[in-house]
Design a protein around this ligand. Structure first.
Ligand code: NAD
Length: 460
């Protein structure tokens, strides 16, 4: 295991730089082989991954397969498309450049740092790593110390399947993270909260290191009256309460058309019982809050508004029941902070203009959900709001589509990944222009006398 001593970290980065300099990672066959190794490592360790996630978050096995081990799909997608992604792309040149040819070549950046959060602690380290390997980089991974079982499993797995000069894990908390951030990397990929994102970007600026920041925020979920209610309530319940609401793209709060509010609330309560029974605390399918600190933060939200479903807690288990709250005020902390837990405030509107205005009064969210069959309304919301991504008539599922770049905008993040976007994030796209020797027109060379009128015609 690599400890977070500064000297060890400096030495590790040096080793990775030396390895990168050998050029081995530029070989496409090498990258594909390593992606295959990564996939095999996950398959070989499925049981251990399930156990680690259960240890950290009491995560149900089904959810671990769906949202953590399922990252294998990203690996397969990268393997399938890598040849086409890495092929130099011909670029157009205009007629006045007629003796030239142009292309864009992708090259790896070098040694990259990937810092992960605790909520999907396996996936959110491995998914960016797929992009880093595909693009031909060496990587240092810093998993979240708040999910210690997964962090230690990642160290074991990477140590067993990869040479540290290619992929290494540095475990630890804020201190380890800060020691890493003091070093120069060629890219930093960070997933976490907005406050820490600012710290990461400040540290990166000292070395002019580019960053990708995958942050959070309050993702709204609009429910219009023109919906299939049965499907709507199931899809919202699932997206909100999977991983006990500790999902960066979980619907944070509902904005519902007053006309169907009562039906929606009844439907949500019914689907909660369908999913988790009368006592979700006894359900094997419901996770727990990651830490005491987060439990207390969330438990405080329960005093705001009126709890109309759930609300029970078991502090010793860090359990908070799936909870719906009505009659919250927009100035309550539950409506001002990212909730990141199993509490769903519901706000009604009489006109969609109010819902759009509320969304636009807040920082740009990571995701926006809209339930409606009304095509005009879909178009209007798309046009009048800004968010990292949008999912219409469903929740969270857009994250699983590898061809869609995933990332935030404004306070919810900078840059994106998944599929080709992940490859692009960890690549430099080098412009290459080539001239030949068969002709050398002199119109651009001094003396400029008598050449200006030709230039003007060329520009004009
Ligand atoms: P966090 O920002 O507290 O921690 C993330 C990582 O940063 C951890 O590895 C941690 O060790 C490190 N870190 C913490 N404090 C630091 C400091 N002062 N200096 C340097 N490094 C530091 O985030 P979290 O609590 O693990 O995750 C929750 C947040 O992440 C939520 O806001 C959520 O929305 C967001 N998130 C975003 C995505 C996404 O894909 N956009 C995914 C998951 C979570």
């Amino acid at each position: 295991m690599i400890t977070a001593e500064s000297s060890n970290i400096t030495e590790l980065i040096q080793k990775q730089r030396q390895f990168f300099q050998t050029g081995k990672t530029k070989d496409i066959a090498f990258r594909i082989e390593k992606l295959k190794t990564l996939k095999q490592a996950i398959i070989d360790n499925e049981k251990a991954i399930v156990q680690a996630l259960h240890g950290d978050l009491h995560k149900p096995e089904f959810e671990t397969y769906a949202t953590e081990i399922g990252v294998i799909k990203e690996i397969d997608y990268a393997i399938k498309n890598l040849h086409s992604w890495t092929k130099p792309k011909k670029a157009e040149v205009s007629l006045d450049f007629f003796s030239y040819s142009a292309k864009i070549c992708s090259e790896p950046l070098g040694v990259v740092l990937i810092i992960g959060p605790w909520n999907y602690p396996f996936n959110l380290i491995i998914a960016p790593l797929v992009g880093a390997i595909a693009a031909g980089n060496c990587s240092i991974l810093k998993p979240s110390e708040i999910a210690p079982h997964t962090s230690s499993l990642l160290t074991q797995m990477m140590g067993k399947y990869f040479e540290p000069e290619f992929i290494a894990v540095v475990e630890g908390g804020v201190e380890a993270s800060q020691k890493l951030l003091a070093e120069k990397f060629d890219h930093i990929f960070f997933t976490g909260g907005t406050a820490v994102g600012k710290i990461v970007m400040t540290a990166a600026a000292k070395h002019l290191t580019p960053v990708t920041l995958e942050l959070g925020g309050k993702s709204p979920c609009i429910v219009d009256a023109d919906v299939n209610l049965e499907h709507t309530v199931r899809r919202i319940t699932w997206g909100k309460f999977i991983n006990a609401g500790q999902t960066c793209v979980a619907p944070d709060y509902l904005l519902v058309d007053k006309k169907i509010k009562q039906d929606l609330l009844n439907g949500l309560k019914k689907s909660l019982t369908e999913f988790y029974g009368d006592h979700p605390a006894n359900s094997p399918d419901y996770a727990r809050i990651i830490s005491q600190k987060h439990y207390e933060r969330l438990a405080n939200f329960l005093n705001q508004g009126k709890v109309i479903a759930g609300g029970e807690t078991k502090p010793e288990e860090r359990y908070i029941a799936p909870t719906i709250i009505d009659q919250v005020s927009l100035t309550d902390p539950v409506m001002e902070e990212e909730i990141f837990g199993p509490i769903l405030p519901v706000i009604e509107y009489t006109d969609i203009t109010e819902a759009i205005a509320l969304i636009n009064s807040k920082p740009k969210p990571l995701a926006l959900y809209l339930f409606t069959q009304n095509k005009n309304l879909q178009q209007r919301v798309l046009q009048e709001t800004s968010s990292g991504g949008v999912c219409i008539n469903d929740t969270v599922m857009h994250v699983g589509v590898s061809s869609l770049p995933f990332g935030g905008v404004g306070d919810s993040g900078i840059g994106s990944y998944h599929g080709k976007a992940g490859f692009d994030t960890f690549s430099h796209h080098k412009s290459v222009l080539r001239n030949s020797f068969w002709l050398d027109l002199k119109w651009r060379y001094a003396p400029y006398k008598d050449k200006l009128s030709f230039l003007k015609r060329l520009i004009g």
